[in-house]
Design a protein around this ligand. Structure first.
Ligand code: AHG
Ligand code: MN
Ligand code: MN
Length: 341
């Protein structure tokens, strides 16, 4: 008889995770639940963005020099307001906030730190292409009181949890607290995230690559050699790979997590440190992909071992199926190009 399908809500999954840690205070679970509420509020606006005056530009740029969309601003404010008074956090940092997001004096300071990209893939909003939100959670390193920048500038391996949401044909919340990667699909009829992807594992090797080939002329030779290699017609090694590039990091990442593949945003002449931000875009996804059996590096060094020196620091990134990322790294180091001649 088919196993009776238990409806496992995100809230219950978080609670069960807490029960496995006898010393847990409920603080961490409360924080994760607050994030899921903020995300539902963003989902509600994303789903009707075309009907209300929330599309288009907010007529300003952020610290990274990106044009800020109204939905970026809405998502940023929604998360800040949902998270700043529950007593779980001592400080926050966001792609859309230049400096630290301080917890107001009137609210209790908690032991966690939240870093986030409130809306990823903004350039796709008005075109109704999948977009997302990305979250990373650290324990504070300062002893007490208001959090400080050093509480945010921690290497990714110190993360206690990471999550992303993809607002697409369905809205999926994927999170990891170090015990597997689990995906939950929002059932709008009940307003609950229900477990749909238990213990996600990324295939060791994929057959797709994600990169913006428009920048080909600006890349270093190792990248060009690697792309030439995966495009060679050799079906016995699964080549050529297919190109899949949505331009929303979360959407490209989620597809590669499900099917296998490699996502690349290298540095180039215009982006000497790459385009994507280490703290709140790349490190949380690197945490998730490693816990799903994948790999994430800057081409040389493990992403999670890199300590950010500033909140909006950029990094090149190669992440996804372990064998694909290692193969790309060999081309970047020049070794593979020599071997394949
Ligand atoms: P954000 O919308 O948060 O600024 O992120 C956009 C990022 C990321 O989502 C995507 O992978 C990348 O920008 C696409 O950059 P290009 O348009 O240069 O390919
Ligand atoms: Mn982003
Ligand atoms: Mn963003």
């Amino acid at each position: 008889m088919a196993e009776k399908r238990r409806f496992m809500t995100l809230g219950r999954h978080i609670e069960e995770g807490e029960r496995e840690h006898p010393g847990a205070t409920g603080d961490f679970s409360g924080l994760l639940s607050d994030i899921s509420i903020a995300v539902k509020l963003i989902w509600r606006e994303v789903n009707k963005a075309g009907l209300i005056n929330i599309l288009g530009s907010a007529n300003r740029t952020n610290e990274s020099g990106d044009e800020v969309k109204k939905l970026d601003q809405f998502a940023n404010e929604t998360i800040r307001k949902a998270m700043d008074h529950q007593g779980h956090l001592c400080v926050m940092a966001s792609e859309e906030s230049n400096g630290l997001i301080k917890i107001p004096d009137r609210y209790q300071k908690g032991k966690y730190v939240l870093v986030f990209d409130p809306l990823d893939g903004s350039s796709n909003i008005d075109a109704n292409v999948s977009i997302g939100s990305i979250f990373g959670i650290f324990r504070r390193v300062t002893p007490s009181g208001p959090g400080a920048v050093e509480d945010c500038l921690q290497p990714g391996y110190k993360m206690v949890a990471a999550a992303y949401v993809i607002y697409g044909s369905s809205t999926i919340f994927v999170y990891c607290t170090g015990e597997g990667v689990h995906g939950f699909t929002l059932d709008p009829s009940v307003g609950e995230f229900l477990l749909s992807h238990k213990s996600m594992r990324i295939p060791k090797r994929g057959r797709t690559y994600s990169i913006n080939e428009g920048y080909y002329s600006r890349w270093e030779d190792g990248i060009k050699e690697y792309l030439r290699y995966i495009k060679e017609d050799d079906p016995s090694t699964g080549r050529p790979y297919s190109s899949r590039y949505i331009g929303s990091l979360v959407a490209d990442f989620h597809r590669n997590l499900l099917y296998g593949g490699i996502f690349m945003y290298p540095c180039d002449k215009l982006h000497p440190n790459g385009k994507l931000r280490l703290l709140y875009e790349v490190a949380p996804l690197a945490f998730i992909v490693e816990h799903a059996g994948g790999r994430a590096s800057d081409g040389v060094k493990r992403i999670l071992a890199t300590k950010p020196e500033s909140l909006h620091q950029r990094t090149p990134v190669f992440m996804g199926s372990e064998e694909d990322v290692m193969e790309a790294e060999r081309f970047l180091s020049g070794v593979a190009a020599f071997e394949s001649t």
